[in-house]
Design a protein around this ligand. Structure first.
Ligand code: ZN
Length: 614
């Protein structure tokens, strides 16, 4: 039939029928195999009889509707009508038999008139084009149940996209952008130098980066109810991506959804929304059941397939000579897997060897044994970037005027007769130089995530190219009570200097070896922020609030600081400056940590931070 003779609906119907007919041809062998079983060899060599059945169908929303013969704009999993999608409870489940029944009734009522068939189906929220869905007759299949959540399209490109849009309307896009542009840099965070308003074609990765910083830009501009709604939705998005779940974490997921529903009214009161009858928001009601049925969302994330398509198809094809390509592509892929697993094994091996004896390591980096299982291992360059750097120069270039003072306090703890604190400043340091490093690297263990395999902390001196220097912020373990997650027993600080003490110190007779009990390991000089509150305030989006602090001794005011072993740093962290009513123009990413005096600790920067900073 000629397209020019069809109206849009007729054309759409034909395309949908073509899809179902084609899928049936592709998947029909599953009926026989699912019913009677097929013999398959598993990796252990045993041959087993397997009954493959259609259990999961991973697709974005338009495809979900197409596959499940559901009217566009309604829920593919339950019978909630389009104008009631905001109902906090899901409706009665759709099931395959019911959909088939509606299609059957429609055929009876239609009298061979497609238009009648269409309207009968649509009046029951069933797509009115397909006479025989491809899944009819599949053993143990319920197509509605098979439809899975979709983190990329539903959460990031759906729910979160809406949320950002609403926040832009509340704050004005310009104000939100001013805040985003002034945030300090952090490892693993894409910086939006021009803000986000002017961006077009926003990718999933860019949305993820926005999710890391959104809340910190809203606190202070939005009342408690708005903050609670945004926090709840972000909680849902992060929790839904947990790589493992139990009944507790599923309760958290439910709680996040409840909190959003309780507080979403804010967006209606501000006139941003009239209702929440949005299919992607409604789909959140079906996440917990899907996780219980099919496991964590990483098992059926469309992102994975989009990613795998690149490796399996695009790269594999390029590696072949493009003739009889399949065997070549499969061989290429299996070699890739071997290379990756070898590299993984080798890394592991290196790491454990380094733990045994870091001196023998013939590499440019030295790995430090973590203090305990409480934290990631840390590596640092074998040679300092600035050997024997003069301390007065460091104080100037690192904006660390109290470095000498805290060095004295630190060394004082290694001598038998302690100098009283009040007299410390009158004493003299026994050396004038230390060895300075630019950065160190974390290797978080246990919580796997490709994005943040390692994490870098920098303390870069001021220079002509970098007039502010760069001094990153970290979470350090200060008490025995600290655990691998949560902030109990920790404190947030800014790393000013990464260094080692000299091996030799001057004496009247020339250089002599440094006292034996001085630490040989790398140290950090940290400027502390205020100690953490007992619990984070919901008004602040459940983020901890900290501020710069100083102490006054002998009428001299100093920042609060300390020298610590590098190994007592648990992780890096990003701080959100607390903005005044309007963002000052001189607050730039390079200088904002110097200008602002109070901050929130960002727990949204990575999945690792989300699970450890609370
Ligand atoms: Zn539903």
């Amino acid at each position: 039939m000629d397209r020019s003779r069809m109206n849009d609906q007729e054309h759409r119907s034909l395309v949908q029928r073509l899809f179902h007919e084609s899928m049936r041809i592709v998947l029909e062998p599953l009926i026989e195999a699912g019913t009677n079983g097929v013999e398959m060899t598993s990796s252990d060599g045993a041959v087993r009889r397997v009954h493959p059945i259609l259990t999961c169908y991973v697709a974005d929303y338009p495809e979900q509707c197409l596959v499940a013969c559901t009217k566009y704009g309604t829920c593919v999993k339950c019978k909630t009508p389009a104008n009631d999608l905001q109902n906090p409870e899901p409706g009665e489940n759709r099931d395959q038999q019911w959909t088939e029944k509606i299609i059957y009734e429609a055929k009876q009522a239609a009298d061979n008139k497609p238009q009648k068939f269409h309207s009968y189906c649509m009046s029951h929220d069933v797509a009115g084009s397909v006479y025989k869905p491809f899944w009819t007759g599949f053993p143990l299949c319920d197509i509605h149940r098979s439809i899975t959540p979709d983190v990329l399209h539903q959460l990031y490109q759906g729910v979160f996209k809406h949320l950002v849009h609403w926040c832009q309307r509340v704050l004005t896009p310009q104000e939100l952008d001013r805040r985003i542009r002034a945030l300090p840099p952090a490892y693993g965070l894409r910086q939006f130098k021009n803000g986000i308003f002017a961006m077009s074609q926003i990718s999933g990765t860019e949305r993820k980066n926005m999710a890391k910083i959104l809340l910190g830009c809203l606190v202070g501009c939005m009342p408690a109810q708005g903050i609670a709604a945004v926090t709840a939705l972000l909680d849902f998005i992060y929790l839904a991506q947990y790589p493992a779940h139990d009944s507790n974490t599923l309760d958290y997921l439910q709680d996040a959804l409840d909190r959003f529903q309780k507080n979403r009214e804010y967006f209606i009161l501000t006139g941003v929304r009239k209702d929440f009858n949005i299919p992607k928001f409604h789909s959140l009601l079906h996440y917990i059941e899907a996780i219980q049925l099919f496991g964590t969302t990483d098992n059926y994330n469309t992102e994975m397939f989009e990613r795998l398509h690149i490796d399996f198809a695009k790269h594999g094809w390029r590696a072949s000579n493009q003739r009889d390509e399949f065997p070549q592509m499969i061989q290429w892929l299996s070699r890739q897997e071997k290379v990756i697993s070898f590299e993984f094994h080798q890394k592991d091996l290196q790491r454990s060897q380094a733990d045994i004896n870091s001196e023998d390591m013939d590499s440019e980096t030295v790995l430090l044994q973590p203090l305990s299982k409480k934290k990631a291992s840390i590596s640092i360059s074998k040679h300092p970037n600035f050997p024997r750097r003069k301390i007065s120069l460091i104080e100037d270039k690192h904006n660390a005027p109290d470095f000498t003072h805290y060095l004295k306090v630190f060394l004082n703890s290694f001598i038998a007769t302690k100098v009283p604190r009040a007299y410390l400043d009158q004493s003299k340091l026994p050396f004038e130089h230390v060895n300075v490093y630019n950065m160190f690297r974390f290797h978080p263990q246990g919580i796997h995530d490709e994005e943040e395999e390692s994490d870098i902390v920098k303390a870069l001196p001021r220079s002509a190219q970098n007039p502010h220097g760069r001094f990153d912020t970290v979470i350090a373990i200060t008490k025995e009570t600290a655990e691998s997650t949560g902030l109990t027993g920790t404190r947030v600080g800014r790393v000013r200097v990464i260094f080692t003490l000299p091996d030799e110190v001057p004496s009247i007779t020339g250089l002599r070896p440094a006292p034996r009990n001085w630490p040989k390991e790398p140290l950090v000089y940290i400027e502390w922020y205020s100690t953490l509150e007992r619990a984070a305030n919901p008004r602040n989006g459940l983020m901890y609030r900290i501020k710069k602090v100083s102490t006054t001794v002998n009428q001299k005011t100093r920042v609060q600081g300390a020298i610590l072993p590098l190994s007592s740093i648990r992780q890096s962290c990003m701080l959100f400056p607390i903005f005044p009513a309007s963002v000052p123009v001189h607050w730039t990413p390079d200088s904002v940590l110097d200008h602002a005096s109070s901050f929130y600790v960002n727990n949204w920067l990575s999945k690792y931070d989300y699970q450890t900073i609370w």
